[in-house]
Design a protein around this ligand. Structure first.
Ligand code: ZN
Length: 319
């Protein structure tokens, strides 16, 4: 049997406006850990904020480029439109009352694929999110203490891509990215490399929707995980042989990345699991200081002056 080159979701990266609002929403309200505070390596005047579980494991990492004043984007096809987080199935009442308390509007709980209970809501920038109340997720959550650990977010449940049709994206996932079709119902087709919560990719056919436009409150790209540099090069070669226009390997400090556009228009990345977020900070201190890659470290003074100061406000978001 061929080795799996792509094993599931690595991270999701989205666009936002105000970085403090972003931090307050993801750490304060949702309770994710800030695992890294750095800059966009392609635009050093913009933060790159990474949130996740205790160590920022693949399948838990939500990242943002907060660009103050950025124009609002539009949700639509050719876009990853929903990021779903997994919480325990016994935590429904807890999360409904918590979201109410912090004035986050959400839809009534619904069920999908017969027994998958979820609610939909949007973050402070308009990004589409879900909480999925999951029986099958055995991952540990993380808590700063302001949310009881038994209710904490465990990481992603999965990602929803809105597409004109599912066929071409499905072809890529099945033949080029080691995914299998695991469920389908109506216009929703679910694929996964591992079959587990954290790695579920729903392709939703929405031919009548407008095309999505990038901007505040939209996903920038979806990154899949590969075990190491070697499997990444093999995955790159396989995609090139299928005609995809794949970038060379880029050094993202905490992982190495390649990027390409899937047939429906969503930007995909394949990122290596190593070296990870403990590369330049101890586990106890993840996210505490602004980390810069060595090649921009000489400009630290100038970069720090250009960034809006942000602070952790966990105490304001106690139950
Ligand atoms: Zn990325």
């Amino acid at each position: 049997m061929n080795k799996q080159l792509v094993t599931g979701i690595h991270h999701v990266t989205a666009l936002a406006d105000d970085p403090q609002k972003n931090l307050d929403f993801y750490v304060g309200i949702l309770g994710l850990r800030l695992v890294k505070k750095t800059i966009n390596f392609d635009a050093p005047d913009v933060y790159h904020l990474y949130y996740g579980n205790e160590t920022g494991s693949p399948g838990t990492i939500m990242t943002f480029f907060p660009i103050p004043g950025i124009q609002k984007g539009r949700h639509g096809k050719g876009q990853m439109t929903v990021t779903s987080f997994s919480v325990p199935d016994t935590s429904l009442d807890y999360w409904l009352s918590r979201l109410k308390k912090f004035k986050v509007n959400f839809t009534e709980p619904e069920k999908r694929f017969d027994d998958e209970a979820f609610i939909y809501f949007e973050d402070v920038h308009g990004l589409g999110l879900e909480l999925v109340f999951n029986k099958e997720d055995d991952r540990e959550g993380y808590s700063y203490g302001h949310i009881p650990l038994e209710h904490a977010v465990k990481g992603f449940h999965g990602a929803t891509l809105s597409e004109e049709g599912y066929e071409r994206t499905a072809g890529l996932l099945l033949e080029g990215m080691d995914h299998k079709l695991i469920k389908e119902k109506g216009n929703r087709f679910r694929y996964s490399a591992s079959g587990k919560p954290g790695d579920l990719i729903d392709v939703l056919c929405t031919p009548d929707s407008m095309r999505g436009l990038g901007g505040n409150g939209t996903i920038h790209h979806l990154a899949f995980a590969t075990p190491d540099d070697d499997t990444q090069l093999q995955a790159r070669q396989r995609l090139l042989s299928k005609g995809y226009d794949v970038t060379p390997v880029l050094d993202r400090q905490y992982f190495h990345s390649i990027y390409f556009r899937e047939p429906g228009g969503v930007l995909f990345e394949i990122a290596t699991n190593p070296p990870g977020f403990l590369y330049d900070e101890e586990k106890e201190h993840l996210g505490e200081s602004l980390k810069l890659p060595p090649w921009v470290e000489p400009e630290r003074g100038k970069i720090e002056k250009g960034l809006l100061p942000i602070q952790m406000n966990v105490d304001k978001f106690k139950d």
